[in-house]
Design a protein around this ligand. Structure first.
Ligand code: GLN
Length: 307
């Protein structure tokens, strides 16, 4: 049985208290200068239940850089726009490699392993861009995030986007490599322009938890994606949502999730809840250190694991 709202509230408070007792917070992403300076000792967790209620603990109204969590939004948008054709360009297998891995792309001749590693997300964004203006595709992603969250108060942090544009050489390399294999329809500059800006969207854990309602199949969620596609996005989140840490996340949490180097996590408890966690210090896989710990504690306390 699902615990009551008041029980969950207490659990979230207990988790936050336990997190604030920890000594090791991990380190914020260093390769994006604008993120490197964020104080790692921050934490927020929000849970959206089937009745639409959002329960939170910590800094749940503080916007943070969603980074790769945006890959969920672009995948939802691309499945709606190009449908299963996307799979002729991107695979659906876990990579077992870092999120920005170049070596796999060479081995697989320009076909990224899945849409949640950088190379796969760049292709997904490229498919969304198609022959449209970058600002149109970007507006579609931002509007989708707003619609899913049920909030217009979601914006792109231009400083973060610029910071990554200036230092994102590895993503530029990935885009050129994709292009050399004919797996990028636009110029690397156009596609990466959208990609860097989508990564720089900022949301609070409250907004992000609400944005996951449709994936969790909760009542009252805006129907931006079919049940059929939502189920598949969850499968990809379970197998590929944490890069080379995906197996470990499945083992510890047992729920589909997607991480970002801003320290955010979107986690889906199918038919029960949508969960967002944020803490900017990262573990060795580039996933939130405290966020992953908190997710494991929540899953244990509620029994929400799908296994
Ligand atoms: N914007 C980041 C990048 O492309 C996103 C990576 C991540 O969140 N893991 O490197």
């Amino acid at each position: 049985p699902t615990p009551h709202g008041s029980q969950i509230s207490q659990t979230l408070q207990d988790i936050a208290a336990e997190i604030f007792r920890q000594d090791d917070w991990g380190q914020p992403a260093q390769y994006i200068p604008e993120l490197a300076s964020v104080d790692p000792k921050q934490f927020a967790i929000s849970v959206c239940l089937n009745d639409g209620k959002v329960l939170s603990a910590g800094a749940a109204d503080k916007p943070f850089s969603i980074q790769s969590v945006s890959k969920v939004f672009t995948l939802v948008a691309a499945l709606g726009r190009v449908g299963d054709q996307l799979w002729s360009r991107v695979g659906r297998e876990p990579s077992g490699a870092t999120f920005d891995s170049v070596v796999l792309l060479e081995r697989e001749q320009g076909q990224p392993r899945n849409p949640f590693i950088n190379a796969g997300a760049i292709v997904t964004t490229d498919s969304l861009l198609c022959k449209r203006e970058p600002r149109t595709a970007l507006a579609e992603v931002l509007e989708l995030a707003r619609e899913m969250a049920g909030s217009d108060d979601i914006f792109i942090n231009k400083k973060v986007a610029r910071s990554e544009t200036e230092t994102g050489s590895r993503n530029v390399a990935l885009a050129h490599y994709l292009k050399s294999h004919g797996n990028l329809l636009n110029s690397p500059e156009r596609t990466l322009g959208v990609y860097f800006h989508q990564c720089a969207i900022e949301m609070t854990t409250e907004q992000l938890a609400k944005a996951g309602r449709i994936l969790a199949g909760l009542s009252g969620a805006p129907r931006v994606i079919s049940r059929h596609h939502a189920r598949r996005v969850n499968a990809l989140m379970m197998t590929c949502g944490h890069y080379d840490g995906s197996g470990d996340f499945a083992y510890r949490v047992g729920l589909p999730g997607k991480s970002g180097v801003g320290g955010g996590l979107l986690i889906i408890a199918p038919r029960v809840a949508s969960i967002a966690v944020w803490s900017p210090g990262l573990n060795g896989y580039g996933n939130s250190h405290a966020g992953t710990r908190a997710a494991a504690m929540l899953s244990k306390a509620t029994n929400w694991s799908v296994f």
